[in-house]
Design a protein around this ligand. Sequence first.
Ligand SMILES: [Zn+2]
Length: 139
Amino acid sequence: MITAERYHDISCGHRVVGHESKCRHLHGHNYRVHFAVVADRLDEVGRVVDFSVIKKTLCRYLEEQWDHKMLIWEKDPLLPALREIDLEGICVVPFNPTAENMAEYLLHTIAPPLLEPHHCTLHSCRIEETRKCSATVTL
Ligand SMILES: [Zn+2]
């Protein structure tokens, strides 16, 4: 299998509802999000897809939707209070914002419609929450 890969760095706040330890508090990370894209065949130039396609689709999504926002689960009991403090700074997500759930959402929900016009598929997404800890979701 041949993959074309690109990563993008964003800074996000979050809190993990139900976490047993300090991740239940509001805090943030400098996330590194790795995308690995596949296609049925290489194009006539010899590419899975031009790297700029990953930048202008998936990286742009991160930049516009998640970067410098507080990712808060739609079922988080703190959501109403946080919205009152900083409505624009909150990004409501349909999942508890662990690295695993973030990668799963990007792979299965966000990437397919963005990449479909470019005849390629996001094969895996790896999210580094720190340099030591990451989660990977693969098709
Ligand atoms: Zn965290």
